[in-house]
Design a protein around this ligand. Structure first.
Ligand SMILES: Nc1ncnc2c1ncn2[C@@H]1O[C@H](COP(=O)(O)OP(=O)(O)OP(=O)(O)O)[C@@H](O)[C@H]1O
Ligand SMILES: [Mg+2]
Length: 273
């Protein structure tokens, strides 16, 4: 299905595009994207800012296979930075761009229900199971709450924290939240915005952008080490929504969401089944 007035688009923003010099143009692009889609829902991370604050507090961040190991102190940092400063900054930037955004985290109406992730083996981190600590796996979303907001003309802006049945707050990689939300909503498209702007053959060479990747090609790029770090969960987590019927997953740079929706493959990388 093409992006149009009856479509739902999920946009995931990486922490690096929420920096003060980028957030204004990013919000203006989302305002344009909103006119292309019926409903727009935003999920954001904040990896670089969480790592920077951890270091200022004397905690060394531990990131394995592009995913953060989250002890109690790391969770405090993620809560302060992602659900606090960055969520407020993004909602305010969207307001300035003429979009009524409503900031939420997973405990708001328990919009992101989760349970603690058992230790597991992950790509890019060797053969042994990794205990990620206070990290969640998504159980489900309050899609009715999101629908109430979007129908009333608001853009929900979700910080990537989940909430367990007993009220435990859990950190969840924002790409995982966005991918699973796109699948749960039957979204027309998922667009992940990252400073790197797309998948590259050589991660340091912008000219090596791969315009289009199938799931099989993406699996091969992870297996052979072309894709590393935070790009691994971004791609791996996109496979399930693509198989569940989300039409396309785009990985684009700041300001490129509306362009990707209007002309898939012209900017960034489009991942297709
Ligand atoms: N082949 C590749 N092409 C592009 N980027 C790659 C590749 N391999 C590894 N990367 C890395 O993946 C990173 C993107 O993931 P990262 O987790 O850092 O950001 P994000 O997911 O956008 O933000 P956040 O984690 O804050 O939500 C890029 O900055 C780049 O360093
Ligand atoms: Mg990431």
């Amino acid at each position: 299905m093409a992006v149009g007035p009856s479509s739902t688009v999920v946009v995931k923003l990486g922490g690096d595009v929420l920096e003060p010099e980028r957030i204004g143009p990013v919000a203006a692009d989302l305002a344009r994207a909103r006119t292309l889609a019926g409903a727009l829902i935003v999920v954001h991370g904040g990896g670089p800012q969480a790592s920077a604050l951890s270091r200022r507090l004397g905690l060394e961040p531990r990131i394995v296979g592009g995913r953060r190991i989250t002890g109690p102190e790391d969770l405090e940092v993620v809560t302060m930075v992602v659900a606090g400063r960055l969520n407020v900054a993004l909602v305010a930037a969207l307001a300035a761009a003429g979009v009524s955004a409503v900031g939420l985290h997973g405990a708001s109406g328990r919009v992101i229900r989760a349970h603690r992730r058992p230790p597991r083996v992950v790509s890019g981190a060797g053969p042994d199971p990794i205990d990620f600590g206070l990290v969640g796996d998504v159980d489900g979303f309050d899609t009715a709450l999101l629908g109430t907001l979007t129908t009333a003309g608001h853009v929900p802006v979700l910080a990537c924290l989940g909430c367990a049945d007993d009220g435990t707050v859990l950190n969840i990689n924002a790409d995982i939240v966005a991918s699973q939300l796109a699948a749960a909503l039957g979204a027309t498209a998922l667009v992940a915005v990252s400073g790197v702007g797309g998948v590259r053959r050589d991660r340091d060479d912008p000219a090596s952008r791969i315009a289009r990747l199938t799931i099989a090609e993406a699996r091969a790029a992870i297996a052979d080490g072309t894709v590393q770090g935070g790009m691994i969960p971004k791609l791996e987590e996109a496979f399930a929504p693509l198989e569940a019927g989300v039409g396309a997953v785009h990985v684009v740079g700041p300001g490129e969401v509306s362009g990707a929706l209007a002309a898939p493959g012209r900017v960034g990388t489009v991942l297709v089944p």
